[in-house]
Every structure is written in C-alpha cells, then in structure tokens.
Design a protein around this ligand. Structure first.
Ligand SMILES: [Zn+2]
Length: 571
C-alpha cells in the first residue's frame, strides 16, 4: 500500500465551468483517485476554488454583491456541481481561506529571509474615479495600429498587436469608463526566480519519468531568451491576501495584496490544512502529506492540469517551495491535457458556446458524461465533442455492451432459476478460456491506469465488457437450458459473478452505475486480485435483484435538439 497525494488544477471562481474544463483536470484526477483507493492505497485528493484577483472583483460587481459574498456563493455552486459529477475530493477548499492566508504570508517571509524578494518601483495607470490602479487589460481605448475602438491595454483583439496602455488613444477605465487616468508610481515585491534557475534545472533533470513535452516546456522557460524572469508577486487591489501581517517586514506595502498566481498554488497545501481542520484533526495529519521531514517522504504526488498551466507548475510554484528553504513536498508527476473542442469550434465561456457542467447534469446523469469525456480525453492531442460521438459512446459502449450484458443475464436467470445464483454444472474449456482472457485484459487495464493512460484504460475496460458479451453469445444459456439446465446454470452463475466484477472494475469511470450493480448483486467484493476466485465470490443461493435499466439510449431527436440548443448564446 502506497500513499498518493493528488491535486487537480483549481477552477477560477467566476462562473460555472464547461465540459472542456472538467476533462482537463478535475475528472481525470477523480478517475485516478478512485482507482488508487479501489486498489487499497491511501489517497488524499484535493481541489479548491481560486478566488482572488480582478476578475472575481468585477464578476461580483456585475452581480451586485460584495466580493466575499459572491465568492462564498459561487464556491457553493461549484461544490454542488462537483458532487453532481461525483468528484470524490477529500476536501474542496477555498484559496480565500484563513489557512491559505497564513501559508502564503509565511512562505513570502521565508522567501524574503532567503534574500529572494526585492522591492521594485513601477509606473502604472491609476484611475482616479475608480480609486485604484488598473491592470493593463482593464484599460480600453482606440488601437493606434488599426483604429479598433475597444482595444485593451495589453493587446488589440482586432489586429492582435501587443500594446502598452500608454499607446492607446482616448484611454479609459474598462471598469467605470472614466477617462480620468494618471500614471503613478507604485512599489511591488518581486520574486527573484532568475537566481533559482540552476536549482530548478537540477530538480527538473531528476524527473526521469516526466513526459518529454513537460520537461521541454519547462526548459524553454528556464533557458530561452534571457532565461527565467523575476516575477511580480503583489498587486494594488483590495481583494486578496494582504502583504501586511504581524511583524511585517514590508512597510510601504499597505493596501497591496499578493498576486493571485502567487497564492493560488499555495492553496494546494492550504487545502490539506483545511481538510484537517474540517475533520478536527491536528496539523500533524496534513503535514504528513506535505512536509518531507514530517512523514511525506514516501508520498507520491501527482498533479492534473491543462497544458497551459504546465510552466506555472514546473517552475513558479516549485520556485516558491524550493526558495523557502523548507521541506515542502514537490510534485512527482504532472499529467497535463490538451484541449477539448466543441462541435467544430471551441467551447466559449464568454459566448456561452458548448455544454456547461450544470446543463450537462440537467440532461443526463453524471456517468454518461464521465464515460464519454474520459474515454475521449484530450491526452496526446486536442479532441472534439460532437453530439453524434456522444450519442454513439453512450448507446454503443454503455447501453449496448455493459447495459445489455447485465440485463440479459439477470433477466434470464430470474425467468429460469429465480433471483438467486443458480447451482449445478461446472466450468469447461470455454469458461477457462474466458477467465484467461479476462485475466490478461485486467492486467492491461491496470497497467493503463497505473500509467494514467486514460483513453487506453477506457478501451481496456470496454474490452473486458465485450468479452462477457461474446461469451454469453457463444455459450448461449437460453439454448443450453433446453437440453441441459445444469450447463445453463453454470454459465449464468459465472455471468452473474462477472457483473459483480464489472461493478468493481467500472467504478472509477462510472461510479453510480457501479453502485447500482453492487446493490443489485448484493456484492461488495472489492478489486479482483484473481479472476478465478473473483468469479466464484457469489456462491450458489446468493440472492440478487434485477437492476433497473442501467443506461438508456439517446435518441436522434434528442441529439438534434441538444445540438441546436447549445450552439451558442447561453444566458
Ligand atoms: Zn488594432
């Protein structure tokens, strides 16, 4: 038994996420966590909402709520949707927690003591009417290059030219529209990442099992051009973790907060502290997951994220932890994802294009989405959601293969032998062949799961379901029953046991269906260590019930209606 720490990239607080977001981190992390728990390992699986920064302030203002209230409400919305998709977090935390404030301030002090923080003066645009400094992207004006009137201070969306806010003609605040803007001096703290370059490079060189894609992205940021850049870690904002605290080393930082990108990954750690506090456990209980000197030396830590987050997790967050000089656990393996596209284009939060998590659960139960999304996960390249593909995955894989097997076996048994595992007959060559095939397939399935090869794991699981169907078709208990009822009993006894095995093996992908099967078979056998033994676990006389239809098919009419409904313009 091993100890596994698993984190999913933490979703930003301002709104409901779409299915592309879900399959890019939370859902595959859940699959892996469920698999490892199923194998008997000790798992701590953490996720949280990322709550600080200007977008949260603006979303709250738009909703007419104080930002703290807005974040609390949206955390509740995201937590409910996570529950709806059966994401089995041990804790779903908040980056605005007391624990994260404490840890972020603590790490900043440690970095300062290590000589890795420097104060720098900058010139930045200040909006008198808004009473605040404006980030570049919240200044709008006319593009000097193409004349587009809604160009942003960092870039013109129309002609893609990179801009400085001072380039804009008729600049105004994107928050209030005010043109009363001034350039003022302001001080910020910088993390001297450049001085950590060699230590980060040495650490990355130790990661022998990382995909080349991951290490090459990290090395590009480390060495290309001028190399790894120092990074501003504070902002002139109200909403965030104050750069002020007891014994503060930084006078002159009043009214400033840490940059959201500095405190968000620290929430991975703080979330463990929140988990311990919520359970009434002492700090030692979470520190044994995170501090190598306090028990975390044998933890394997895996992170899940979209590919755009890789530089951050291979460099910036490790720079914070390594630079602190403390014994924080560093990531062992990063599983990153490409993008899921939507029906010939992209998912778009701003245009309301595509299926969002709340819409999805309104249409169909979580398992339908989990299966399609995981079995088509954008692992090595982008993948695309189409309604045709979704209909095909649900109808062919879930309804025709797994659902059909369960239905035929349980209904046949009920009509011929009653609702209990029948006795009589014995396994022959065909059964021995099936068990050999199932054993080999199980080994392939486990190997795929161990290496977090998600699409391959889904294919191997489906192949195990297919073996059951093929066996049933060939052994034909309905025909055997007429000549030799004992032979039919032996076939059905094995097939009923196979349903209980399928429940365990399928649980990481489709946990609700697995629970339905366990309840129907009155079984909780656990992960099969050995197919021979597992297929005898339910003895003759063991009672079961015929489950309700496990998966329903999606009709062509539904498919067409949903495609039209989600083409864009979500409210
Ligand atoms: Zn332009």
């Amino acid at each position: 038994m091993a100890r596994h720490l698993i984190t999913s990239a933490i979703p930003y607080i301002n709104g409901v996420k779409h299915l592309g977001n879900l399959v890019g981190s939370q859902l595959p992390a859940d699959l892996y966590a469920r698999y490892l728990r199923g194998r008997g390992h000790e798992v701590l699986f953490l996720c949280a909402t990322d709550e600080h920064g200007t977008p949260a302030e603006l979303a709250a203002a738009k909703a007419g709520e104080p930002v703290a209230d807005y974040c609390a409400r949206m955390h509740g919305v995201q937590a409910d949707l996570a529950q709806g998709f059966r994401l089995s977090f041990d804790h779903f935390g908040r980056s605005s927690s007391d624990q994260n404030r404490h840890l972020t301030q603590h790490l900043a002090v440690k970095l300062h003591e290590a000589g890795l923080i420097e104060e720098r003066t900058e010139r930045q645009v200040y909006s008198v009417a808004d009473g605040r400094f404006l980030p570049d992207r919240y200044i709008e004006g006319t593009c000097p290059n193409c004349g587009y009137e809604k160009a942003r201070g960092d870039q013109c969306e129309n002609c893609t030219k990179q801009l400085d806010p001072t380039d804009l003609i008729n600049p105004r605040s994107a928050i209030s529209g005010s043109t009363e803007l001034e350039v003022r001096e302001t001080k910020h703290l910088y993390l001297l990442q450049s001085t950590l370059r060699d230590r980060l490079a040495a650490w990355i060189d130790e990661q022998a099992d990382w995909p080349v894609l991951t290490t090459s992205i990290a090395k590009k940021w480390l060495f290309d051009g001028d190399g790894l850049q120092d990074r501003g870690i504070t902002r002139d904002l109200d909403w965030g973790i104050p750069v002020q605290f007891e014994g503060a080393p930084w006078s002159g930082m009043e009214g400033k907060v840490f940059y959201v990108w500095f405190d968000a990954p620290i929430e991975y750690i703080a979330c463990a502290a929140e988990w311990a506090a919520a359970q009434g456990k002492p700090d030692a209980d979470w520190e044994r997951w995170w501090r190598t000197g306090r028990g975390a030396a044998d933890v394997r830590y895996t992170q899940f994220m979209g590919k755009d987050n890789v530089p951050f997790h291979t460099l910036s967050f490790p720079a914070t932890l390594i630079g602190s000089g403390e014994d924080w656990k560093l990531v062992d393996y990063i599983k990153s994802f490409n993008y899921l596209n939507y029906d010939g284009g992209q998912f778009s939060t701003s245009q309301g294009r595509g299926v969002f998590m709340d819409d999805a659960l309104e249409l169909l139960p979580a398992d339908y989405w989990r299966w399609w999304l995981l079995s088509r996960a954008p692992e090595n390249q982008d993948s695309e959601f189409t309604w045709e593909s979704f209909q095909g995955g649900v109808n062919k894989d879930l309804a025709d293969v797994l659902g059909n097997f369960v239905s035929r076996v349980t209904k046949f048994c009920r009509s011929r032998f009653g609702e209990a595992v029948p006795e009589g007959g014995a396994w022959g060559d065909r059964e021995r062949q099936l068990i050999a095939d199932l054993s080999a397939g199980l080994a392939r399935y486990e190997a795929a799961m161990e290496s977090i090869a998600i699409r391959r794991a889904a294919q191997e699981l489906r192949a195990l379901w297919v073996l059951g169907n093929e066996y049933l078709q060939e052994a034909a208990p309905w025909a055997a029953y007429k000549e030799d009822p004992d032979r039919a009993a032996a076939i059905i006894r094995l097939a009923l046991n196979l349903i209980a095995v399928y429940a365990e093996l399928s649980a990481p992908f489709i946990p609700d269906a697995a629970d339905t099967l366990r309840a129907a078979m009155k079984s909780k056998t656990g992960w099969p260590a050995d197919m021979h033994a597992a297929l005898r676990a339910l003895p003759p006389g063991h009672a079961f019930t015929v489950p309700e239809m496990l998966f329903r098919k999606i009709t062509d009419e539904e498919r067409d209606a949903w495609q039209a409904r989600f083409a864009g313009g979500r409210g």
